[in-house]
Design a protein around this ligand. Structure first.
Ligand code: FMN
Length: 358
């Protein structure tokens, strides 16, 4: 039997009702990292809309791990309490609640996009970004100072991810995703573009991937055996002109992560440097990377990038190119993407009874 977009997927003991996942998308709408009514309504609507997995935006494991001062966070029990009603609502409406655990690294402390996206000055509540090396992310305006993490501080980051995962579990999330993509902290360690360390966390493939492996180990240690862990990676830096992160290393890393108990690789790309050369950012441009990781490791993968239609999402699963169709911006346009997809594909669309008269 061919799997389709509406074939359930079982990962460990978690039954995902269909293959549509709401991609993590920053809402830049928190005060001091707290989830509020926006998160409940925004993520809740996508659960009502039928997505199999509803994932939170990047949720910072520490205050300095936020991209902007308005990012969501989970660095205290109170933050987890604020997220719990959202996780519960998602579950009650038949979707699997997932959380993306994140640290922004050297790309931290900038204003949210609609406030200009420039670095936040210290007097306006900004902070010094931390990174594997004191190499700032290149920006048009003078780059703020970046603090190179010491090995003790790296241990602190690993602990932050571990405790954040424990809190996320208490808050009711079923899937934990580790954000190791888009030029944020964990990706910065992976890529020689941002990592020129000469200790155990830099240089060789083994050393550059150490932090991602240690964070994964820490999260897997506290995340129950019956629940899945995902890792989002950038499969390539799109910087063939220099020493950088690429698909060959991604395949190798994915195999290592599988051995550490990761259940699915969420395959994105780019974000480490503004010189990146995207050859063709059309629909599905990242899918060949997902497909390659799936083929070469046997691990489940999610494809993301430019998926806007039911047919495209269905094709990915039907042709065994990916196990999940991860849909971002189309979910901003249409919270009911999955229900509309079901109708279009001739599947039963379970609209909530409150809406059936329409
Ligand atoms: C508003 C917005 C916020 C985003 N925030 C995140 C995020 O928090 N974490 C992440 O991994 N990717 C983030 N992304 C990237 C998306 O998850 C997704 O990978 C990207 O938009 C491509 O998918 P799409 O073409 O379906 O939108 C964001 C994208 C958008 C448009």
């Amino acid at each position: 039997m061919t799997d389709t977009l509406f074939t359930p997927l079982r990962l460990r003991d978690t039954e995902i009702p269909n293959r549509v996942m709401v991609s993590p998308m920053c809402q830049y709408s928190s005060t001091d990292g707290y989830a509020d009514d926006w998160h409940l309504v925004h993520l809740g609507s996508r659960a009502v809309g039928g997505a199999g997995i509803v994932m939170t935006e990047a949720t910072a494991v520490s205050p300095e791990g936020r991209i902007s001062p308005n990012d969501l966070g989970i660095w205290s029990d109170d933050h987890a309490d604020a997220l719990a009603p959202t996780a519960e609502f998602i579950s009650e409406h038949g979707s699997v609640p997932a959380i993306q655990l994140a640290h922004a690294g050297r790309k931290a402390s900038i204003h949210r996009p609609w406030d200009g996206g420039n670095p936040v000055l210290e007097e306006d509540g900004g902070w010094t970004p931390v990174a594997p090396s004191a190499i700032p992310y290149p920006r048009d305006e003078p780059a703020p100072e970046v603090h190179k993490l010491t090995t003790d501080e790296i241990q602190g980051v690993i602990d932050d991810f571990r405790v954040a995962a424990e809190r996320a579990l208490d808050a009711g999330f079923e899937i934990a995703e580790i954000h190791a993509a888009h030029g944020y902290l964990l990706h910065e360690f992976l890529s020689p573009v941002a990592n020129d360390r000469d200790d155990a966390y830099g240089g060789s493939f083994e050393n550059r991937t150490r932090l991602v492996r240690e964070v994964t180990d820490a999260v897997r240690e506290v995340w129950p055996d019956d629940k899945p862990v995902f890792v989002r990676i950038s499969a390539t830096d799109w910087l063939d002109d220099r020493e950088s992160w690429d698909i060959e290393q991604s395949v190798r890393l994915a195999a290592d992560l599988e051995r550490l108990g990761v259940d699915l690789i969420d395959v994105s790309s780019g974000g480490i440097h503004p010189d990146q050369q995207l050859p063709n950012a059309g629909p599905g441009y990242q899918t060949p990377y997902a497909e390659r990781i799936r083929d070469e490791t046997g691990l489940a993968v999610g494809a993301v990038g430019g998926i806007r239609t039911a047919r495209h999402a269905d094709e990915l699963v039907r042709n065994e190119r990916a196990d999940l169709a991860i849909v971002g911006r189309q979910h901003l346009r249409d919270p009911y993407f999955a229900l509309h997809a079901a109708e279009e594909l001739g599947e039963e669309a379970e609209w909530p009874p409150q809406y059936r008269r329409a």
